[in-house]
Structures are given as C-alpha cells and as structure tokens.
Unconditional design. Structure first.
Length: 499
C-alpha cells in the first residue's frame, strides 16, 4: 500500500514546501520504519525542495502477522486466512497506519510550526489502488463535497485482457487546499468507507472515532448516512447509535432514525444514491412535512411568546439549535444557554459567531450543571428544558426540580420530552427500548402529567399540556410539552386553562 502527500509552495509564502516534514514530524533527510501489528510502515521523501515536497507512506503487509494479530474469539471466515486472495489495497490498514505514524499531524498539532498547522496548504494526494465497489462515482461523491478535486481512474482486471473490463479498484488522485490535519482525517474515515470492510472487529469505540475524526465536516456531508453505514460496516446497532448522535449535531431528530435498515453491498453496487431510501421510505421531505425537531422548536417558540417572555434561559442548550431559533425573534431581548458539556458549548459558540451582530449580542452560552443551584439564573421570564429531563438519572430529578423551579424560579418553564407510548410507531425500535442511547427513562403521557402536576404543586406553578407533532388516535404525538406558569402571573396560558 502506498500513499503520497505532495505540497507545493505558493508564490510569496513565508514557508517552504519541505516544512511539510515539520507537520508530519518526519525528517525529510532519512527513511524511517515503524513496526505495525500487521507488518511495517516506511516513511520517506521522494522529493523535498523549497517549492515542492512529497512524503510517502509505504506499508509492507505480513499476512501471517495480520492473521495472528487478531484477538481471540474474533468472528471471521474460518478458512479465510488460507484462501483469501484479497489484494492489499488502501483500506483500514492504511487508516490505522495514518493514525499511528502521522498521529500528531492527524490531530493538528505541531509545536515547531503551530501557525503552519492551521494554514490551508496546496496538497495533492495519490493512492495507486483503492477498493471501491461503487466505482469512481462514489469516490467523487465522498471527497468532492470536502473541497477536493477528484480524479478516480478504474483499474482493469487484467491489462493483458481488456475485454474482461474494470475491477472495483481505483487509482485515486485528490488535489485541494486545506489544512493537513483535515486532509488526513478525510483519508482516515473515507478509505475504509470506500472499501466497506475493516480488518479488525468493531465495537462502540468506532463510533467515537468516527465522530472525532469526522468533526467539522461529517455532519454536513450530503452522504453522511452512507459514510456512517460503510465506516461501521453496516453493524445495525452501531450505525443506529452513530446516526442518532450525528442527528443531534445537525439539529435533526434522533428518534426518527430508529427505522434504519441495513444497506447491503448489492444496494451500494447498484448505485443507491441516497443510501437511506430503505430507511426513509419513498416520500420526499415536502411530502413528509417539517421534521419533529423543527416542530418542537416552533412549539417552544410559540409557548414563550404566549407567556410574554423576553429574557429566556435555555437549560441544556446543547449546540444551540433553540438559541439560534429564538435569537432571530426581536421579542427576546436576552437569551442564555446553559449546558454541562464544554464540547457542545464550543460548537454552539462557533455557530453563534456566524450570526449578525444584532443577534449575537443578545445571546450567550456558558457551562453549568442543572442539578446544582446557580444564583445567576434567577430573575428570568422563562426557562426551557427541551428534551433534557429524560437524560437525567431519575434519582437526580428532584435536584433539577429544586434548582430550576425552586431556586431559579422563572416566571414560566417549558418542558418537552418523548412520549413513550408513541414508540410503537417507530419501525425497528425494539419493545421497551429507548429512542436514544443516553435516555435514562421515557414517560407515557400519564407519567409525564403526574410528574408535572407534582412539580407544579410543590413550587407554585400552574401547568398545561400540548402535543408536538402529528397526533395518533391511540398513542398521541411523538413529543409531549408542559408549560408551567408561576401562580399569580397573568398571561395567555392561564387564560387558556391549566390542567
């Protein structure tokens, strides 16, 4: 397996092309060899000048070590080690080598030249053999949206017999201007995706790898579902969890992903362009109407307007989907997002920076735990707990109730949570299973009403209920909402009646 990365110095640049060696942490003046569990990885530089530099990563695979290196009990075709004549083309083996040999560059770190690590460089990447049963079209579809110019040339089955046609291997050339860390992350994720197979057994840690190295580009990729399925080799449970987490990053609805069906190799080979049609059905987005996530934000927005709120807390704001919804409405003069996850808040802050100044100056997001009293949260007109309470361990709910309804005591509190009765309408969701892997519980309408009535009576709030999403005659709507208003506060919600 061979990978070459070339960098060309633009006119007037303050750096030289050979500075690529600093980013890769590999000296251009010597050949280096790194032991791998399946063979050896060699790094060398065919050229290293001021104007152009090329680094090469060459893998020598030892098939015996590759077989012996598998953990005991790893499921596999029992005779595969004897009869498998699969060519050693760019695949998960190369991805592993990238992460071990170029790990520092993959993570975007360079102590000697930190500014260069953040610089978009003119790069050219060449791979002489890449397995891709979907053909050149799929290489284009996964790399082009990331800013690469793609040249994918099918390799013949046998040059001596052109009538045999092409193999499912490609010679792949990528050119583009981007950070080296981004380029390596694209290769790390997408080479196994094109292959559709991995040389090691997958567990839930693969999801974290996918999201970590796909951060900043996977969530917005038009082929993200196909990429996710192929990266996780169509393992149903892993795929479902990964797509749910990606849906959260994209403000989509994780609960809508439970009907995922595995996409077979035949489907891919036939050119299924959506790779999600089997799960989504044949309806278009217009025919389906707005997603549940959109309907939920709209319902919360309306509820806040109905109670006359202008200063609002979004508790458990995540990556700021509701913040961006509310800040576009001038009725809200101050919006504060609180979340325990710094990672989520960093993404929210990045999204807030894209807003026009008249919006961004009215919204802030900071870290906080909802189960602890925070004096700075007092005095607000309303607070929102949108799809939050089901992520809290049941024994800690009372602490959340005290901190929100007791200590902060806003004029109104809007709470949304899944309706567990509706789960039977999600094809593929096992009986008794939750819609999301991080849910601690999911309540029926009666259970939610009992909880809301108790909280209202304890802290002096009236409460009314509303469904979110299309209602089913038997099981209600997918999401349920409660609007709490402080007793004695005159607002539209009181006039409309409290349960």
């Amino acid at each position: 397996m061979l990978l070459t990365i070339s960098c060309t110095r633009p006119d007037g640049a303050a750096w030289t092309a050979s500075d690529l060696g600093y980013l890769l942490h590999k000296n251009p003046s010597r050949i280096q060899t790194f032991e791998q569990s399946y063979g050896e990885a060699h790094v060398f530089y065919p050229e290293a000048g001021e104007e152009r530099c090329t680094a090469a990563l060459l893998l020598e695979i030892d098939p015996v070590r590759l077989v012996r290196g598998k953990p005991k009990g790893t499921p596999d075709f029992s005779l595969g080690q004897y009869v498998n004549d699969r060519p050693y083309a760019a695949s998960s083996l190369l991805s592993v080598a990238i992460s071990t040999v170029f790990g520092t560059a993959l993570h975007g770190r360079c102590k000697q030249r930190p500014e260069l690590a953040e610089t978009a460089l003119p790069l050219r990447i060449e791979l002489p053999a890449v397995p891709c049963k979907g053909g050149a079209e799929y290489a284009e579809r996964v790399f082009a949206p990331l800013g690469w110019t793609v040249v994918a040339t099918p390799l013949p089955l046998d040059p001596a017999f052109p009538d045999w046609g092409d193999s499912h291997y490609l010679r792949l050339e990528l050119t583009g201007t981007m950070r080296l860390s981004d380029a390596l992350s694209h290769l790390y994720v997408l080479l196994p995706v094109l292959d559709g197979s991995k040389h090691y057994w997958l567990d839930s840690g693969e999801i974290d790898k996918l999201l970590r190295f796909g951060e900043g580009w996977l969530v917005d990729h038009p082929e993200r579902e196909w990429i996710t399925r192929r990266y996780l080799t169509r393992r149903y449970t892993l795929v479902r969890t990964a797509l749910a987490r990606l849906a959260e990053l994209d403000d989509a609805e994780p609960e809508e992903l439970d009907a995922i069906e595995e996409i077979t190799e035949d489907t891919v080979a036939e050119g299924d362009s959506t790779a999600g049609a089997a799960a989504e059905g044949s309806e278009t987005e217009d025919e389906r109407g707005p997603s549940l996530a959109v309907l939920r934000r709209a319902a919360v927005h309306r509820a806040l307007l109905e109670v006359g709120a202008s200063r609002v807390l979004d508790l458990g704001c995540g990556q700021g989907s509701l913040l961006r919804e509310l800040v576009a409405d001038r009725a809200f003069t101050e919006i504060v997002g609180i979340d325990v996850s710094m990672r989520e808040l960093k993404i929210a802050a990045r999204r807030m920076r894209r807003l026009p100044e008249w919006q961004s100056k009215r919204v802030t997001a900071r870290q906080g735990a909802l189960t602890y009293t925070d004096a700075s949260l007092t005095g607000y007109d309303a607070a929102v707990l949108m799809e939050v309470i089901e992520h809290v361990d049941a024994p800690r709910l009372k602490a959340l109730e005290q901190s929100v309804f007791g200590a902060a005591a806003p004029g109104a509190v809007v709470v949304t949570t899944p309706n567990s009765e509706f789960n039977v309408r999600y094809d593929g969701l096992a009986a008794g299973a939750f819609r999301h892997s991080d849910h601690r519980f999911e309540w029926s309408r009666a259970e939610f009403a009992d909880w809301a009535q108790r909280v209202g009576e304890t802290y002096g709030y009236a409460v009314r209920f509303a469904p979110i999403g299309p209602e089913d005659a038997e099981v209600g709507a997918s999401t349920q909402m409660a609007v709490f208003t402080k007793q004695g506060k005159s607002d539209d919600s009181d006039e409309k009646g409290a349960a």
